[in-house]
Design a protein around this ligand. Sequence first.
Ligand SMILES: Cc1cc2nc3c(=O)[nH]c(=O)nc-3n(C[C@H](O)[C@H](O)[C@H](O)COP(=O)(O)O)c2cc1C
Length: 213
Amino acid sequence: MNKIEDMREHYDLSTLDEQHVDADAMKQFHVWFNEARKAEVLEPNAMTLSTIDKDGNPASRTVLLKGLETDRFLFYTNYNSDKAQEIESHSAIALLFLWKKLQRQVRITGFAKKTTKEQSQAYFNSRPKGSQLGAWVSPQSQVIPNKDFLANRKEDMIKKFMDVANVPLPDFWGGYYLKPEKIEFWQGRPNRLHDRLRYRRVDGNWIIERLAP
Ligand SMILES: Cc1cc2nc3c(=O)[nH]c(=O)nc-3n(C[C@H](O)[C@H](O)[C@H](O)COP(=O)(O)O)c2cc1C
């Protein structure tokens, strides 16, 4: 087995050129996201969400992209979780997609805003019942005494919602939109001379700049 310092991949699958990208960053994201889906990247909608807490400490974790609109990214979580509290104190957040199979990375920064209750409700209703109950069971990010705590709460929730046709949306659960201010597309190239194109929103228009790798 290679030593860690000797582990490296050769990148040469594709190129990223100004003349072939869409002038609109979100449209370009759609193009790459669809290519990741077509290439059967495993969970191409899994993304790293980074937040900053009230003291300026950063934190990252994976969440799933659950919607892509003309100018917004959407994900869902527990509004009492650490990440949600961090977003409440600093709405500036970052998303990161790594599609290794395509030798691509996309970095996104912008500001988060809660979805409307109707939007969260519509998505919550579409989830399998097990996931709906999971939202009620887990006090996300809190310290719990042991594993049985969750199993017991699950039993309690199954009983609680046994006779209801639809599990209700918890008021501590819902979505966030990210409206991007910057999106950087990275395509791996030989000899570490990678392609990086960064879109910046300036007065409502996207400016495209090439960055050194
Ligand atoms: C592939 C993957 C997908 C995940 N998707 C979500 C998600 O969509 N929403 C969510 O709240 N947590 C999701 N998680 C769990 C989070 O990474 C994290 O553990 C949890 O949200 C608690 O984070 P926090 O304590 O920083 O708030 C996912 C984890 C993985 C590995």
